[in-house]
Design a protein around this ligand. Structure first.
Ligand code: NAX
Ligand code: K
Length: 484
């Protein structure tokens, strides 16, 4: 279920110190990785502008420039500020001794190179870049050349994915030692381009326990026996659909059916439609009385505000059923301490699926604070409410109650559309109904939902036009592909 491990900057520094103690030169290894990357993508003689910053990110860039120049690449170094750290100073000396062309500013009329290497700032970026650096980034971007970022795009917080002021968008990022969540979540996906890892051959025993991992869920648990029937594949009950929001509950129900749930009931707070013509298999009724004894319960799509909604959430929390809480069910919990306490006390498997504004209400902060540090937000949600938490948005994060989190790498702006949250809710519920744990189902559902968006984007030539209903149609195909 877990892919490549993620370590916060402090832990990366520990590995760096460990390497130093053992006489391992990580900067040299990083430079060799950059050299290999360039050799793979460009022919000798290609012109490469290497932008080097004052820290070790700049050191990596300077050493890479030396190696590239030795293999007949046409290198120019832009060094706006003289390095101040020992290893970067040594790298600067080597570049000077090699006689590489180097300037503090970009010469007037500098021709567009075949590649810009961004080695200005990496994980040491401590604050937003000021106007002087903004001008350097602007000049580099104006060259209109492909950009390879070393470790992280300059201006991006590699852990949170938050852009701190100006940032140089990369086409590729070659990141060192380990993946970083900020390359995938928040602003990361807009700035990092294709991400590749150079692990610099550091053995796993140098690393502490990871704080998280990339999401790489397994789907084999969904493999069906030939000798199975609808009763073998679980029952999902969706509750929501207050007057005017019938569609949200229907979408969740349709998604649950499309993802393979054996039976799906949709229970409405408003008048229940007699039939859903697009999915007549759905069993539709009013949301009255206790939920059934054996099912996966998903409460929230189109639930709306008010006393009835609060009662439905309260009843759901009282059950021992696996529970998916979304949308207005989360708003009810955010505004009602008693409900929040019941969620915290709940022992049965539970997952909450807030978008950033709902997460902010649950955490009692602003949406901006959630988006400034999404890893911290998902960790806080899962810890505070003692359940699994899916923080939706660019680079959806999935948090466990113990604080470990997954970063999803599929999906994109095609999914930024009405009803997609309802689809995800139904999808998670359907996977739990088919025997997955809440953790497994959340990870696979988020991945699968993202892939449905990616497939559409590829086929349509762009992200516009994917509706939630169209996404539902794609779920079965994506899941079958993942099951293999
Ligand atoms: N951590 C590791 O194990 C390794 C690190 N390496 C490289 O080293 C990088 C980290 O090096 P550093 O810690 O030196 O950090 P950086 O090189 O990312 O940046 C730190 C430097 O930038 C300055 N700075 C930070 N924010 C600034 C701002 N907003 N405006 C102006 N100056 C600013 C700091 O004062 C410092 O001089 C990594 O990203 C990676 O590229 C590699 O050599 C490989 C191994
Ligand atoms: K960089």
């Amino acid at each position: 279920m877990c892919g490549a491990p993620l370590y916060p900057p402090g832990d990366i520094r520990v590995v760096e110190a460990m390497a130093r103690q053992r006489g391992v030169d990580l900067m040299e290894r990083a430079a060799r990785a950059v050299h290999r990357w360039v050799e793979t993508h460009f022919a000798a003689g290609a012109s490469i502008l290497v932008a080097a910053g004052p820290g070790n990110n700049g050191g990596d860039a300077l050493l890479a420039a030396c190696l590239l120049a030795r293999s007949s690449f046409n290198v120019h170094i832009l060094l706006p500020e003289t390095p101040r750290q020992d290893e970067a100073i040594a790298a600067h000396r080597r570049a000077c001794e090699a006689g590489l062309p180097l300037s503090a500013t970009l010469p007037d009329g500098f021709p567009a190179p075949d590649l810009v290497i961004d080695g200005l700032f990496g994980i040491g970026l401590a604050r937003p870049l000021d106007g002087r650096w903004a001008e350097v980034l602007r000049q580099l971007a104006a060259l209109n050349a492909p950009v390879l970022a070393l470790d992280a795009p300059s201006g991006l917080d590699a852990w949170t994915g938050k852009v701190l002021g100006p940032c140089l968008a990369a086409d590729h990022t070659l990141t060192f030692l380990c993946h970083k969540p900020g390359l995938y979540t928040a602003d990361g996906a807009d700035f990092a381009g294709n991400v590749e890892l150079a692990n610099l051959d550091c053995p796993p025993e140098w690393f502490p326990a990871p704080a998280g991992a990339l999401n790489a869920p397994a789907a084999h648990l969904l493999k069906r026996r030939a000798n199975s029937h609808k009763g073998s594949h679980g029952t999902v009950v969706i509750e929501g659909g207050a007057p005017g929001m019938t569609g949200a509950a229907l979408l969740a129900g349709r998604a649950a059916l499309a993802a393979g749930a054996g039976k799906v009931h949709v229970r409405f707070l408003g008048p229940a439609p007699h039939v859903d013509p697009a999915a007549p298999e759905l069993m539709l009724a009013g949301a009255e009385g206790a939920p059934p004894a054996s099912a996966v319960l998903a409460v929230g799509p189109g639930l709306g505000p008010g006393d009835t909604a609060t009662q439905r959430v309260e009843l759901a929390l009282e059950t021992t059923l696996p529970l998916v809480l979304d949308a207005d069910a989360l708003n009810a919990i955010a505004s009602n301490r008693e409900l929040a306490a019941r969620l915290v006390a709940r022992a049965s498997p539970t997952v909450i699926t807030p978008h950033p504004a709902e997460a902010a209400r649950l955490l009692g902060c602003g949406t901006g604070a959630v988006q400034d540090d999404r890893p911290a937000a998902v960790t806080a949600l899962a810890r505070r409410f003692g359940c699994h938490a899916v923080l939706k948005g660019s680079g959806t994060l999935i948090g466990r109650p113990d604080g470990f989190f997954l970063v999803n790498t599929s999906g994109g702006p095609a999914l930024a559309a009405a009803g997609q949250g309802d689809v995800l809710t139904g999808l998670i519920a359907a996977l739990i109904a088919q025997g997955m744990t809440v953790a497994q189902a959340s990870a696979l559902a988020v991945h699968c939902h993202g892939l449905a968006g990616d497939d559409y984007t590829r086929e349509a030539g762009g992200p516009l036009g994917l509706t939630a209903s169209m996404t539902v149609q794609r779920l079965g195909r994506v899941l079958n592909r993942l099951i293999g």
